[in-house]
Design a protein around this ligand. Structure first.
Ligand code: ADP
Ligand code: MG
Length: 247
């Protein structure tokens, strides 16, 4: 098998005496959605932060596209193609959806989030940003200020901004959170198609979405991967049913 796009080896992170991630190893391959599930407090977000670079691991290593990225900053990892949805706070609420995506596109062109040129006149920039809004089905709302978008639309915008950075891998931490059933269904469809463009490490509580999307699932409990396998293997694993599915 080809080398994994992302390969985590024995990642560890403690907060005081609490082992938030405890020797976590997992891989994400090209074309794949690898879902990470587990109860609240299992360490899923901690793991995502370690991969993104916003938390430094106590030990272990992170290989991304064949390179050890453990010592790189968040921005350096983003430039290498490690994508994640933006925190809500990094969407500029007073700017239109289009302008927000344009800022992401522009940041890949070496002038990160600053106004060095009259962006609204740059046709290529507008086209590239519109293409991303179309991809997430938000182009009709392009000129609406981000603050006026619905919760679901904000999440679509964050996705468009992440995709505008041309990621080679996407880290998604509970993208369905706060979405209604219809929003979850359309995001599920979107991610289903997206895996062929960019592999995804997906943390998600919505089991219906996870079971329909995941190529592989790892189950994290108290910072440890207690099981890893296909949807069928995970669904039928008695330890998982007991620890997580509450059966
Ligand atoms: P999950 O995303 O699976 O719900 P988290 O990774 O957010 O879990 O948290 C794992 C554990 O680490 C929890 O017990 C949480 O309270 C703790 N934790 C997370 N971040 C910090 C932090 N910055 N300082 C102290 N404890 C933290
Ligand atoms: Mg979390």
């Amino acid at each position: 098998m080809a080398e994994a796009v992302l390969s985590l080896n024995s990642l560890r992170k403690s907060f005081g005496a609490l082992k938030a991630t405890d020797n976590v190893s997992l891989d994400v391959h090209e074309g794949e959605i690898h879902a990470l599930i587990g109860p609240n407090g299992a360490g899923k977000s901690t793991l995502i932060h370690q991969v993104a670079g916003s938390l430094s691991p106590d030990g272990g290593n992170i290989r991304f596209l064949g390179e050890d990225i453990g010592a790189l900053t968040v921005a350096q990892r983003v430039r290498r193609g490690l994508g994640r949805t933006f925190q809500v706070s990094s969407v500029a609420p007073e700017f239109s959806a289009l302008r927000n995506v344009m800022l992401s596109v522009q940041s890949t062109q070496g002038s990160s989030f600053r106004f060095f040129r009259p962006v609204m006149r740059d046709r290529a920039l507008i086209d590239a940003a519109m293409e991303k809004l179309e991809a997430v089905d938000l182009s009709e709302r392009a000129n609406i200020p981000a603050a006026e978008l619905s919760h679901g639309e904000r999440r679509q915008l964050e996705m468009a901004m992440a995709l505008a950075l041309k990621p080679q891998l996407l880290l998604l931490d509970e993208p369905m959170a706060g979405m209604g059933p219809e929003g979850s269904r359309s995001l599920t469809q979107f991610l289903d198609a997206l895996r062929h463009e960019v592999p995804i490490l997906l943390v998600e509580h919505d089991m219906e979405a996870v079971f329909s999307l995941a190529d592989r699932i790892s189950v994290l409990v108290y910072g440890r991967v207690i099981a890893s396998g296909s949807v069928e293997e995970i669904r039928s694993n008695p330890d998982v049913r007991e620890a997580y599915l509450g059966e």
